[in-house]
Design a protein around this ligand. Structure first.
Ligand SMILES: [Zn+2]
Length: 132
């Protein structure tokens, strides 16, 4: 894991503990993620992050809306995967960013307790995952 990733992890852990973001933490997240962080906060403000949990396993995945008016939504794991184009192009291929705005939005919403919680059966969750 890179140094910036470790810093980001430490900040997220603090945010999770306090369920709020201080100005200092904001500056750090901004420094690490730049414009993507602004985009992520806009998504969270619009309640654009759903956490879909399978029952009874409790396994979950995030469904994050896109920024544009189109009704796009991306399935994503905050730590390591997003179904969007930017994830494959900027992160996997070019290695230029730590993560995409949807992953950031998922992480931010989860840390702040701002996800829309959706419960489904494990079968439905499996079906959703099979489309990734
Ligand atoms: Zn994405």
């Amino acid at each position: 894991m890179s140094a910036s990733n470790l810093v980001a992890e430490a900040v997220w852990k603090d945010v999770e503990l306090t369920r709020s973001v201080t100005d200092d933490q904001l500056s750090i997240l901004h420094f690490l993620f730049g414009k993507n962080f602004e985009r992520a906060t806009r998504i969270v403000d619009k309640r654009g992050v759903k956490r879909i949990s399978g029952e009874p396993s409790g396994r979950s995945i995030f469904q994050v809306m896109g920024e544009s008016q189109r009704k796009e939504e991306y399935l994503c794991f905050a730590e390591n995967f997003c179904g969007c184009y930017s994830f494959f192009y900027d992160i996997v291929n070019k290695g230029e960013q730590l993560c995409c705005k949807h992953q950031l939005a998922a992480r931010l919403a989860a840390s702040l307790g701002a996800c829309v919680e959706v419960k489904v059966s494990d079968e439905e969750l499996a079906l959703l995952l099979s489309k990734l």
